[in-house]
Design a protein around this ligand. Sequence first.
Ligand code: PAF
Length: 288
Amino acid sequence: MPRVLTTVSEIRAALLPYRRAGQRIGLVPTMGALHDGHLSLVRASKAACDVTVVWIYVNPSQFGPHEDLSKYPRTLPADLEKLAGCGAELVMAPGDAEVYRPGHATWIEVGAIAEPLEGRCRPGHFRGVATVVLKLLNMIQADVAFFGQKDYQQAAVIRRMVADLDVPTEIRVCPIVREPDGLAMSSRNVYLSPDARRRATALWQSLELARQLVAGGERDAGSIIRTMTQTLVAAAATIDYVALVDPGSLAAVDPITGPTLAVLAVKIDGTRLIDNALLELPYSSRST
Ligand code: PAF
């Protein structure tokens, strides 16, 4: 079983021998309720680093007032079993009082990259994410931190913050892990009823359709978005956004002239799910 630590002084003391020995420290930030997507990040850390710390903390400041903070799954004993299975050495599982000490008054606002998409639908979300991520990067001072591409905009916001604030941890983003039917793994998938779970495959189907349309020569973003939307609406999904954006700036693109990110957020029976896919143009049709 990994060793579980709950305070900043404990985790720093536990990491000191590794640091003194010049060993590489890998960090996997999570909110727990671990699935194979998280475990793929742990495996990536194990492959690249000498010791792996998994951060498990359901961060209240990234949830809006009407979001699922109180019902977010908290499954520490099962998480520890899974982490034992892939050899993570340390778990940092702080309580709220350790992360937000009395008088906490410093918040991180990342600029334009945090504004569209999730930033628009979930006001304050990235302020909470950036603040807790900067704190956990400072607490653990890892060489490399591993994030998942499913939260594409989150990874972009974190990269921007780390570059702007000279944080010395390297950020690596690992591919989305999917169920056999294409649904991206997410801790929130446990909320889905069997019927909603079946309909949730529409997210992947709509991204696949976008990929096929682009591969077949379609360059009109509006038309691709309409087709994706129809697929999602047919599954009785409520759409927060469906967008085709520049993978670097996240600005909407139309027409498509280069690599483009298809990105979407929907609710299925009240469960909010996000997904994305990079749409590559055939080499011969790129504009540059
Ligand atoms: O992606 C998550 O699980 C969370 O947003 C993170 C990065 C652990 C911050 O709470």
